[in-house]
Design a protein around this ligand. Structure first.
Ligand code: C2O
Ligand code: CU
Length: 493
């Protein structure tokens, strides 16, 4: 707390409940129920306990309360930033944990290594990723590295699930360009539940091309894992999907409730991931502040594009530059979801000088794939559970794709969207959208691994599998649709 002007306009309620600090246990236990009926004792017994956030909070709720006179209706808590983890991280333990989402209350979640969201992997192109997943849940799981091009044994698809108490060893090289990727469970019919209850995290890849741009770093580069959530009567994460999928009652950014970030008067780089099961965010600043998109799922775009709002589907990512130069000490604006009418994240100016940065007109040279002008294959996303009329069967291979050949895939839907279509094993280039919104958007350039299909849309992509042969899946990333069967196995041969 440097001065009063730096305070957020905040904090109405202070949790007075004393928090019992349990002795952390590192012994994995099994059999804890995930989404209801949790007692604190059960959660604590369950293993890894994360209490770090309460202790390291830089901003004291009590101080702010005292100084603000408690006038305001809303509490804002400092944005938590997940700790980083290196390419070789010996253990990735998924298990129930207790975490502080900013308000000082301990809440039951499922966590990777006790963190919610999981730690952010940071690796460079050429690095080897090695880790051992330990299933500390009471149901099968497996971890998929969304956006990473890896071979089948490392892809974490549903056929590779492990039982409670088992380990799965991963080892793969990073063979792709810099970008923000994502890791989360992918067990058959359980992905939606496990992601919603907390198992997800960011995976950042860096490379020389990106380094050359000298983008904002350190405190000026901030990952934002945005999702919605609901709590049960005890305040633990709740999974209660309806036929329209899981829609949470409130937003979380990096697992923080009502998050607030103090910003200097300069440029920030935000690495944004929509980690929701079934919610599309329409992002904009409360004052219309422009956002410069420099990258998406597959890394840097060809050039920067400045926009005032962005529609971000589930599992899609953004690399954004935002200039807070005009935000003076104590002034605040929020990043909002216009559709949900939510404030997602509040920014409060520190008044300190920040960094000056403007991106070059050419960020990256991305060759356009050249491929057929007529679709090689067409996939219709039918109802809430079918692709081309069929529900997923783990043991059926729905199609085979020749290695190294550029194909044009057409994704269509009549309704029940949003259907964010995600393909494992390769990135693609989006070439057209007809029907529905009827156009492509600036954040859909370059390389993508997930493309948003709204009602009545037809989207064509060019795709080429030129790294590995083997079995992969393609599916809808509305996770309840995926769990109900909107997924196909295919084999690259
Ligand atoms: Cu993010 Cu197949 O998933
Ligand atoms: Cu869908």
């Amino acid at each position: 707390m440097k001065s009063k002007t730096m305070l957020p306009e905040t904090v109405h309620e202070v949790s007075s409940a004393s928090i019992e600090l349990p002795a952390p246990s590192h012994e994995p236990r099994f059999g804890v129920r995930c989404n209801e009926g949790w007692t604190r004792r059960e959660v604590l017994r369950a293993g890894v306990v994360s209490l770090g956030a309460a202790a390291v909070t830089k901003f004291s709720v009590l101080d702010a309360f005292a100084q603000s006179g408690g006038r305001h209706q809303e509490s804002w808590y400092p944005l938590q930033v997940p700790e980083e983890t290196p390419p070789s991280t010996p253990l990735l333990h998924c298990a129930p944990a207790f975490v502080d989402m900013g308000d000082g209350k301990l809440r039951g979640v499922l966590a990777y290594n006790g963190r919610f969201p999981g730690p952010t992997w940071v690796a460079r192109r050429g690095d080897w990723v090695t880790t051992s997943l330990l299933n500390g849940l009471d149901k099968p799981t497996i971890t998929h590295w969304h956006g990473l091009v890896v071979d089948n044994p490392n892809d974490g698809g549903p056929r590779l699930s492990i039982e409670p108490g088992q380990y799965y060893n991963y080892g793969f090289p990073i063979v792709q360009r810099a970008g923000l990727n994502f890791y989360h469970p992918h067990p058959h019919m359980l992905t939606g539940e496990q992601v919603c209850l907390g198992l997800a995290g960011a995976f950042i890849i860096r490379d020389n091309e990106e380094d050359a741009l000298q983008l904002p770093l350190g405190p000026y580069e901030v990952p934002l894992v945005i999702r919605d959530a609901s709590f049960d009567s005890k305040g633990n994460l709740l999974y209660n999907p309806t036929s329209a999928g899981f829609k949470g009652k409130l937003p979380l950014v990096n697992g923080t409730l009502n998050p607030m970030l103090r910003v200097d008067q300069g440029v920030y780089r935000f690495r944004v991931l929509n980690g929701s099961n079934a919610r599309v965010f329409r992002l904009a600043f409360s004052n219309g502040l422009p956002m410069t998109v420099i990258g998406n799922d597959g890394g840097l775009l060809r050039g920067p594009v400045t926009v005032s709002e962005i529609l971000l589907g589930m599992a899609e990512r953004l690399d954004l530059l935002v200039d807070f130069r005009a935000l003076g000490a104590g002034q605040s604006i929020t990043l909002r979801c216009i559709n949900a009418r939510w404030d997602l994240l509040k920014f409060v100016g520190t008044g300190n000088p920040g960094i000056v940065y403007s991106p070059p007109a050419v960020l990256s040279t991305i060759p356009s794939l050249s491929g057929p002008s007529e679709p090689t294959r067409t996939f219709t996303f039918d109802g809430m559970s079918r692709i081309n009329g069929q529900e997923y069967d783990m043991n059926r291979i729905d199609f085979t794709v020749p290695f190294g050949v550029t194909e044009r895939w057409r994704f269509k839907t009549g309704g029940n969207a949003p259907h964010p279509v995600h393909v494992h094993g390769a990135s693609f280039q989006v070439v057209s959208r007809t029907g529905g919104r009827g156009r492509l958007f600036p954040w859909e350039g370059g390389w993508k691994d997930t493309v948003l299909l709204s009602d009545k849309e037809t989207v064509d992509v060019l795709i080429r599998f030129d790294t590995y042969r083997g079995l992969y899946v393609m599916h809808c990333h509305q996770l309840e649709h995926e769990s109900m069967g909107m997924m196909s196995n295919f084999q690259v041969v």
